[in-house]
Design a protein around this ligand. Structure first.
Ligand code: GDP
Ligand code: IMO
Ligand code: MG
Length: 445
């Protein structure tokens, strides 16, 4: 029994869905605590592909409980579509398998439209949002004008307030020359809420009960550290706390009940949307896109690609309190020769080990690289740490050595079985008191 937070260490799409799915075999409850259906988490098992947006990845495992916490921006129409898609793929979503917080805020059709409007008005400064209405939902929450799931239970009252909000939003949209929201959409919202009603409950009470019973909890982060509203590359970020603390505020599970934080990082870096990206490299992007990889799971957009950036990871390790890393997509580097990693930046003659705070500085920062030996071998069939070629193990050792954090899990392909767990101690789900200490890590020059 232990409670583990899984976070993205980069700009999202690190493979969190795959890692959570893999670790769910040793967990009882999987919790989403922030973000909304801007997330797209891919899980592939036995050749079948699932893309999850709001549902925790644990939903693919029978007998596990999934929780959508109070911190999530919940689009009811989107969630019902997702449930129906999954049901068509043969996965049932019953009330006892999916609990939805009565405090979760709703993303409604006008939030999506306003998201589009805000993006349009930013011109060439646009964020490149997923247009899922995430920013406007969290803005309403902060403005104290949002709807929470519990507010929808009194249908008559909710309907009156909803109609009012649609009219207000339509004034805004029409004034900006945008298409207004069809007021008839309330019927679809109510139908979706009726489908979700049996799932709505006090999830905080459930989670505390589960902890008391000694059940194992996994918190599935959405987005990544550098999309965090406080710690990311603001304003090119999402609107929630994607870092470890968000798991607590977004679920009602306090920090002293958390045993471990695992951060997921790709073996290189990707980003969708606009904003600074110091190690971006067009050739790497072209290489991955030609292989059909690195396209967004939610919007299908091409992801921008670059070298692994240890300046970013150093920051991510600090602010998330990372105990262990999961490195995914190591196979992406199979044909890359030579392989580079960014160890620090240089800015105005200064050496930077951590990212600077402004966008202007981050854009001017010059990444400094070290070159590591390539392996030039297909590693996707490796099934244990020992199967990996020497150069691939060295690459992982070098990351551990520079960050002083153990890499507990390595992924060499998208399928559930293409996952190498180095040592159960390094993810610690069974026994959180057993840890690999930084001083046990080899120093690799
Ligand atoms: P998430 O948002 O963090 O869950 O990540 P996404 O699902 O958006 O993006 C990760 C992509 O990488 C998906 O297409 C996964 O199927 C894929 N993936 C995850 N791990 C690996 C890996 O080790 N190798 C390869 N080739 N693909 C991977
Ligand atoms: P997962 O959970 C990658 C990015 C968008 C945009 C910025 C703001 O799959 O890792 P938003 O719609 O949230 O207002 O967009 O954040 N973004 C993501 N990028 N993975 C995600 O989720 C993302 N969710 C949002 O591309 O740059
Ligand atoms: Mg994703």
């Amino acid at each position: 029994m232990s409670n583990t937070i899984i976070v993205g260490a980069q700009w999202g799409d690190e493979g969190k869905g795959k890692v959570v799915d893999f670790l769910t075999s040793s967990a009882d409850v999987v919790v989403r605590a922030q973000g909304g259906n801007n997330a797209g988490h891919t899980v592939i098992c036995e050749g079948k592909k699932y893309i999850l947006h709001l549902l925790p990845s644990g939903i693919l495992w029978p007998g596990k409980t999934c929780v959508i916490g109070n911190g999530v921006a919940l689009d009811p129409i989107g969630l019902v579509t997702e449930i129906e898609t999954l049901e068509r793929q043969g996965i049932a979503v019953r009330p006892e398998q999916l609990l939805i917080s009565d405090r979760a805020h709703l993303t409604l059709p006008y939030h999506r439209e306003i998201d589009g409007l805000r993006e349009q008005s930013r011109g060439d400064q646009k964020i490149g949002t997923t247009r899922r209405g995430i920013g406007p939902t969290y803005a309403d929450k902060a403005n104290r004008t949002g709807f929470r799931m519990a507010d929808t239970l009194d249908t008559e009252r909710f309907l009156l307030a909803l109609r009012e909000r649609i009219a207000e939003s339509n004034d805004l949209l029409t004034a900006a020359g945008m298409v207004p929201v069809d007021p008839g959409i309330v019927e679809s919202v109510l139908a979706a809420l009726a489908r979700l009603r049996p799932h709505i409950t006090n999830t905080m009470a459930f989670l505390h009960g589960a902890i008391t019973e000694g059940r194992t909890l996994l918190f599935e982060g959405a987005q990544g550290t550098f999309l965090d509203i406080d710690h990311g590359t603001y304003p090119f970020v999402t609107s929630s706390n994607t870092t470890a603390g968000g798991a607590c505020t977004g679920s009602g599970v306090p920090p002293n009940r958390i045993d471990r934080v695992i951060a997921v990082a790709k073996a290189y870096t990707t980003r969708v949307g606009t904003g600074p990206f110091p190690t971006e490299n067009q050739d790497l992007g072209d290489h991955f896109h030609a292989m059909g990889r690195e396209f967004g799971a939610t919007t299908g957009r091409e992801r921008r690609c670059g070298w692994l950036d240890l300046v970013l990871l150093r920051h991510a390790v600090m602010i998330n309190g990372v105990d262990s890393l999961a490195v995914t997509n190591l196979d992406g580097l199979d044909q890359i020769d030579p392989i580079r990693i960014c160890t620090h930046y240089e800015l105005d003659g200064q050496r930077l080990e951590l990212p600077p705070s402004t966008i202007a500085e981050l854009e001017r920062a010059v990444p400094v690289y070290e070159t590591l030996p390539a392996w030039n071998t297909d590693i996707s069939a490796c099934r244990s740490w020992e199967d990996l070629p020497e150069a691939a193990r060295r690459y992982i050792h070098r990351i551990e050595s520079l960050l002083r954090v153990p890499v507990g899990l390595v992924s060499v392909g998208p399928d559930r079985n293409q996952t190498l767990l180095r040592d159960p101690r390094w993810t610690g789900l069974e026994n959180p008191s057993i840890r690999v200490r930084p001083e046990e890590l080899p120093a690799i020059a």
